[in-house]
Design a protein around this ligand. Structure first.
Ligand code: FPP
Length: 238
């Protein structure tokens, strides 16, 4: 308990394959994925994790079949609206990162309401990446920095890692120390490209609809067994 990551990021993958294996529609997998979200949020709160970022929908996911995209949007909006009272009761703060302008108006409103309602909470910060991609975020940060330079608010020489981080969607949130991806894929798929620079990666065959607290604990134990050197030698960090 003394060596827990402050921030865990998760790529929730494998809903579609899990559903297909049972002869079901892909959306069936996403509905079961929501159960895992609830269980992992509960577990993270119980364990004392401060930040949990979930990759719910990437910029690239907009290219999926229309029925799946519409079904996922409905699922996000309904789940968020339904869960906010419980999240609030548990002192959880909700935040959304991504190109939210691409969302339908009713979804934008539901997310804005959930953010406002939980803004003062001091427990777990639950960050949902929606319509998100790391490259989009890096380009937005670059534009925002360029604009500040153009306005004379920022000197080119003053741009450093901290300034760059302050212009990302995750402003104020520490970088994840642990990134988990479910369902056997070993890539980061445009997720938190700047922030994951020194994260430990944990890949598991378990598909997201089956991911539970014990799987999270397994990932944490694996994380704790690793030596994080940040470019130094083993002797230096010991
Ligand atoms: C990846 O599996 C999963 C998604 C693209 C959607 C994830 C969304 C949820 C789990 C619902 C979360 C809800 C809230 C409120 C945050 P996939 O479809 O890529 O699966 P596959 O790789 O097996 O096809």
């Amino acid at each position: 308990m003394t060596r827990l990551p402050k921030h865990i990021a998760i790529i929730m993958d494998g809903n579609g394959r899990w559903a297909k294996d049972q002869g079901q529609d892909r959306l069936f997998g996403h509905y079961h994925g929501v159960v895992s979200v609830r269980k992992i949020v509960e577990a993270a709160t119980e364990i004392g994790i401060q930040y949990l970022t979930l990759y719910a929908f990437s910029t690239e996911n907009w290219d999926r079949p229309e029925a799946e995209v519409t079904g996922l949007m409905t699922l996000f909006v309904d789940t968020i609206a339904k869960e906010v009272p419980d999240l609030h009761k548990n002192n959880i703060k909700l935040q959304f990162i991504g190109n939210l302008n691409m969302l339908p108006d009713h979804a934008k409103k539901a997310l804005a309401d959930a953010t406002t309602q939980t803004a003062q909470n001091t427990g777990l910060t639950l960050v949902i990446a929606l319509s998100y991609s790391g490259r989009w975020e890096l380009i937005e940060a670059t534009k925002s920095i360029a604009q500040k330079v153009k306005n004379g608010e920022l000197a080119v020489e003053a741009i450093n890692e901290e300034v760059f981080a302050e212009n990302l969607a995750t402003k104020g949130i520490p970088d994840p120390e642990l990134m988990i991806r479910t369902s056997g894929e070993c890539r980061i798929s445009n997720f938190l490209l700047f922030q994951l620079a020194y994260a430990e990666f944990y890949f598991t065959e378990t598909r997201w609809p089956e991911f539970r607290k014990e799987h999270l604990v397994e990932a944490l134990l694996q994380y704790q067994s690793r030596e994080r050197r940040f470019g130094k030698t083993s002797a230096q960090v010991q």
